[in-house]
Design a protein around this ligand. Structure first.
Ligand code: ADP
Length: 585
């Protein structure tokens, strides 16, 4: 159980209550409560004044980072309406319920029945916000991996920088990702004798994207990926693990793993650097539109709870607002198949705002219909499951309900996802043995997720393969036959059925684990068209002066399908490129 980091400690607005007569109620005070979140115990401290909830602090939680962001929305609502009868946050029902349970527990300790909480008269909203005008050299929209890389680079290059982030915490999808990073020719490859070079990564990426990618942009990523991974290590303090992962579609093992196989390592270190460099990050501040003057972008309009900002950028605006995986209308507009029946791994902030803002200044869009699903996600919520690390280390066999293998376990994400969608129940079953479990450090890196999966019957463990398969009511004989055949392929070093590109070990040592999983929307490949300087290009092919973009908000780099671990390389390389060019270096 971790202590929640200080920036998540939410000091929240004062609520206004009818009849706050000033007389202390006997239940006034601060009470602790516990609920069951998605990752385990969720502990809160609730301040009660005159039968009103005036503050809620999260003391402990083990939620996936992105859910913590959505919890703050819920906390705001509980305080605003002085009620536990509020809507849970979509996409994070389990965490939301855990929080509500914890608040109710605290109320119980205060001797208050939730229905006895004072009715709230909402403060009349006169709609008047404070008008604020500020001036910077560079303004960055979005504090995910790309935005923070851009801001740090621009500041290091001498620019005065501001970052605006619409969510209550920084990090975006980068924070909740595994954050593996494809870096051809890296130091671990050298140690392991793996030959690689940027050109090979370019070819793999083009092949993975069905050759509709922009070769020039891909080349920028591949040629700078290693240098920027070293920059993250040496300048930003990111710790890379001493081993590599093998992602589907890459022809060699080339992906670095951040400490704990989590984007927390990248974002936390970027935030520490931003703080050291004194880069202001305005949280809960949403960029609404770009300001254009004489055909040039000169700033943005942004809104917070109580302020309307006019923010001037003397040198440039960098859009790094991520993709649109959580915006169902936008998904359906560009690809009707990716409708509301498909869950999403994304944070609620991925709504394509930067694309919409860009369109209004005539920015060109590329590849909008290419929306990637990730094959191994929670069938209940859509959350990407890090149990899948075992697959990326090569240790899994995937079967269907009938117990049969049906796809290469290290195949492309889109190929695997579509193959899974066609199986019974549109789910698959990922099998590993004890060796795979230990080698993949599942317990070490992802314990809260494992607890959640066991509790929700999505993961089973048994001494024998037969018993494990029975628990999911799979065709046991077929499961055993599939694994036995697979083990002979490991011996032969070749998989004649599905050509699995890495066969490190047999599945033979109990206990065995089986995960039930389904695909969910993961990455939107399309977005703003940029050139190799990260400048945004308009529909006539001209650069829009003063406007840069980096990260998932851009299109063209990943073609029809993004290879795993290419996003991190992309967002850091193009984040830095945008920062450098916006700063005018
Ligand atoms: P990338 O990987 O490209 O950095 P992320 O999803 O990690 O993308 O980060 C994008 C960030 O941008 C998220 O933190 C998201 O909340 C933020 N964001 C999205 N739209 C806006 C907006 N209109 N104003 C400010 N921040 C935004």
């Amino acid at each position: 159980m971790k202590k929640i980091s200080s920036f998540l400690v939410l000091v929240l607005m004062t609520a206004f209550f009818v009849g706050c007569g000033g007389k202390a109620d006997s239940s006034d005070g601060v009470y602790e409560g516990v609920g069951q979140g998605k990752g385990g115990d969720l502990k809160v401290e609730v301040k009660i004044e005159d039968l009103g909830i005036t503050d809620i602090k999260i003391l402990e939680e083990s939620e996936t980072a992105g859910y913590a962001a959505s919890l703050s929305t819920l906390i705001n609502d509980i305080i605003k309406y002085n009620s536990t009868d509020v809507d849970t946050v979509s996409g994070s029902t389990l965490s939301s319920n855990g929080l509500l349970e914890a608040v109710k527990d605290a109320l119980d300790k205060a001797g208050i029945d939730p229905k006895d909480l004072k009715q709230v008269k909402q403060e009349e909203d006169d709609g008047v916000k404070e008008e604020v005008s500020e001036e910077y050299d560079v303004i960055v929209v979005g504090a995910g991996g790309a935005g923070l890389a851009a801001a740090i680079e621009a500041k290091m290059d001498g620019a005065n920088v501001l970052v605006v982030e619409k969510m209550p915490i920084a990090g975006g999808n980068t924070l909740i990702s595994g954050a593996e990073y494809a870096a051809p020719g890296n130091w671990i490859q050298e140690k392991e004798g793996i030959e690689d070079n940027p050109q090979l990564m370019v070819e793999d990426t083009l092949e993975g994207g069905d050759h509709i990618n922009d070769r020039d942009l891909v080349t920028v990523v591949a040629e700078n990926a290693l240098e920027d991974a070293i920059w993250l290590r040496d300048e930003i303090g990111v710790i890379w693990e001493d081993e590599l992962m093998f992602f589907g579609g890459h022809s060699v093992k080339r992906s670095l793993i951040p400490l704990g196989a989590s984007g927390r390592e990248i974002i936390n270190k970027q935030l520490a650097k931003a703080e050291e460099l004194e880069i202001p990050i305005y949280l809960e501040t949403k960029a609404e539109e770009l300001i254009m003057e004489d055909g040039k972008v000169t700033g943005i309009k942004a809104e917070s709870n109580n302020k309307s900002y006019t923010l001037t950028a003397k040198k440039g605006v960098i859009i790094a607002s991520g993709g649109f995986g959580s915006n169902i209308d936008m998904r359906v507009k560009y690809n009707p198949e990716i409708d509301d029946k498909i869950l999403s791994t994304n944070t609620v902030g991925s709504t394509g705002d930067g694309i919409t803002m860009g369109e209004k200044v005539n920015a060109d869009l590329v590849g909008m219909e290419w929306i990637q699903t990730y094959p191994i996600c929670d069938p209940l919520t859509g959350t990407l499951l890090y149990f899948d690390d075992a697959r990326l280390f090569g240790h899994t066999v995937i079967v269907n309900k009938e117990g049969k293998r049906f796809v290469e376990e290290l195949g492309r994400r889109d190929v695997m996802s579509m193959a899974i969608k066609e199986q019974t129940g549109s789910v698959c079953y990922e099998i590993i043995d004890e060796n795979g479990y230990v080698e993949s450090k599942l317990e070490q890196n992802h314990k809260p997720e494992l607890d959640y999966l066991f509790e929700n019957d999505l993961l089973v463990k048994a001494d024998t393969l037969e018993e494990a398969a029975e628990k999911f009511d799979l065709n046991v004989d077929e499961v055993v036959a599939s694994v036995e055949r697979y083990n002979t392929y490991v011996e032969d070093g070749e998989d004649p059925e599905f050509n699995k590109r890495s066969l490190p070990s047999k599945l033979e040592k109990g206990p065995f684990y089986i995960l039930k999983a389904a695909p969910a929307v993961h990455h939107t490949m399309g977005g703003l068209k940029i050139n190799t300087n990260a400048e945004v290009v308009d529909t006539a092919g001209n650069v829009i002066e003063g406007l840069f973009a980096a990260g998932e908000v851009t299109g063209g780099i990943h073609g029809k399908n993004r290879l795993g671990s290419n996003a991190l390389a992309d967002i850091i390389v193009f984040g830095r490129t945008a920062g450098r060019n916006a700063a005018g270096k």
